[in-house]
Design a binder for this molecule. Sequence first.
Ligand SMILES: [Zn+2]
Length: 463
Amino acid sequence: MYEIHFLGACGTVTGSRYLLRVWNKNILIDCGLFQGDRETKQLNWKEFPFPPSKIHGVILTHAHIDHSGYLPRLHKLGFDGPVWCTPGTAALLQLMLPDAGELQEEEARFADKKGYSPYKPALPLFTESDARRVLKQAERVPFHVPREVVPGLTFTFHHAGHILGSSFLELRLKRKGGKHHTWVFSGDLGRPAHPILKPPASAPECDFLVLESTYGDRLHPKEDVHALLEEVIKRTGDRGGTVLIPAFAVDRTQELLVILADLFEAGRLPRSLPVYIDSPMALDALNFYKQFQAEYNDAFAARARKSPHPLALPNFHPVRNVEGSKALNTLREPAVILSASGMCNGGRVEHHLKFKLPDSRHTLLFVGFQARGTKGRRILDGEPQVEVHGQAIPVKAEVAVLPGLSAHADREELLEWATPQPAMPDVFLVHGEEPARAGLAALLRERLDWDSLTPRMGEIVRL
Ligand SMILES: [Zn+2]
């Protein structure tokens, strides 16, 4: 007998953690942080339901913090085993985990200042040095190469096309009589047409499928992203303004650069238009996107062999230091600025908001989801002014949205990925808000006659 414990991302999209208990060994699949409002974040402080020192190893599907960000905490609580991940994931973790640690320390200082922590001084969940220590436990496992983690239990990473290094897992477990149980954990599944990365490989034949359902109730709009981006940049340029794009440092920034490169190379935008990449993390991630060419799809691989590399056009300007970032406040010519954070909550983009929002020549262009409670969402909802660094800033700039960019498969893409299967697997739907999860369950029933389970957080399934 063995067990799987659903420890997070059940009815929500954060805190992905699944514990497999087999032959007295404990393997954790993903080790995500709960993110969002204060109540959700509080879940990170709950006692881990199992002694971390008794976890044999962690298999990571990808580097996003909601899948990896609890690792430093787990380490702090005694976990010292291997963290198996793809080389691309290991690279991104070097950026993302220390950054998450810094953020935890910053939040603790803020809680102290505001006096809302029950502890004096307030404690961070983990620190930057905890994060740096757990990085040493990373064990790089290439795509497609099966790895035995304990005798009789083997896993393989397959391309998921979600961000650099992202994978879904195929896990094979030996049973009596030479039989196997095959589990597939989808992780976060990307879309078939990522401009840089290989598309998700098809799901292998499996007995059990743990499937994400982020967009289980939705279809992505089929917009012509290139045409929309071209229009907004031209319109803003005609006013002599700058297009400010808050973008996630990992993947969205690099994806946008390729779309921009398409427009420059096709002569749809003047090659003299400067594009500033003003985020140290986005620049570090960009280097990894340039380096890990084995993850490129065929079309992008062919382009990348030519010079200049599409992610390094001569008019793409990295902005590393703070002085360079400040200099962008007084730009006189039309330009594009890509800056993080993607939801305008923290990061250098906040400084740009102070200078660009009060001026109607400029455009603030949203290219990703804006969660409730974030500054980005308030601007998008049409608030006439927003507070930036304690200052009320009027919103006079144009506010525009570039729809159609998503790092997650929509409901049809999820369905297409999961099928065909020779027989109905046992399906567990995870990583989706309740309506999305219910939507996907209904779709699977209607189209495939598949039943699916929607595990509650903490639920244990025995097999
Ligand atoms: Zn993800």
